[in-house]
Ligand binder design. Sequence first.
Ligand SMILES: O=C(O)CCC(=O)C(=O)O
Ligand SMILES: [Fe+2]
Length: 322
Amino acid sequence: MAIDELVPTIDISDPSDDEFAALDRACRDHGFFLLTGHGLDALIEETWVQAREFFTADRSLRVAVERDDQNPLGWFDRELTKRKRDSKQVFDFTDPNTPAVDAYNRWPDGFDRFRPTLAAFYDAFSDLAERTVALVHRALDLPDDVIRDHVGDRTTSSVRLNHYPVGDPVPENERDGLRELGDMALGYHTDPGVLTLLLQDATGGLQAQAANGDWVDVEPRPGTIVVNLADAMQVWTNDQYRAAVHRVVPMTSTDRMSIPYFFNPPRSAVIEPIGRLAGDAPRYRSFVWRDYMRARTEDNYEDLGADDTQIADYAIGATATG
Ligand SMILES: O=C(O)CCC(=O)C(=O)O
Ligand SMILES: [Fe+2]
């Protein structure tokens, strides 16, 4: 199938009925679509500049904001996906404009425009994520009282700057005792929250899994933002909409950057299938967002001797993977 047909483009400034129909098909099939009409090109351009500056600066400036096992925010270059090491370095931060959570952010020294640019980016993408969830609600034809309980929260959300080098991101003299690199730069996975807004540069390498299991390239389209549905949305819709399974192939000739905004539910939200979508056959048991997130974060730090926590662990009838 052609990529245009598989991954439809929705103009968020004025979505047509045909675009809603295409969004609904894509969400049932694989969970990926593209947004245009967002009006954020200039801010996105400036964000790329800041991300590149951070990743090309002297490594010691990044090491100074390295994350630790108490706090997952900051820089890291040896993350695991499915027990294999990813070929990338990342910088994670949460809402810079809410002091109670900004206190956990680790801002690097020596980059004047980094924090203000990323703070503006965070504001704009929080708003866009809300509007994107509203598109999905409309495609699902949900009543207002249900919509109110199935939203995201900017203070539990986060942004990640991803940098994929050619080869191993960890310097040779630090590789002793680390797990081997995976076959993929980023192993296949779903994102945990409601949905993700993803920017990718012009390099390419992102792949989506279609319903038939085939891997399809999500080619860069200038001016568009990739949306992928995530785990909480799949649970809410009782599997009618799919959390997008995706991965990134290894870089062979040039490095690559991407910037996902992960839109997450409120901390204390109870995640379970929406009654009118599940009828009397809910496919998941309830879990509290905070607990799910804690389990997923712990997996990424170290190999806990089991596969990563995922929503399948909450499927009714599932046996624990641990
Ligand atoms: O780099 C990409 O295109 C995807 C990144 C991603 O899936 C993630 O960070 O969760
Ligand atoms: Fe992802």
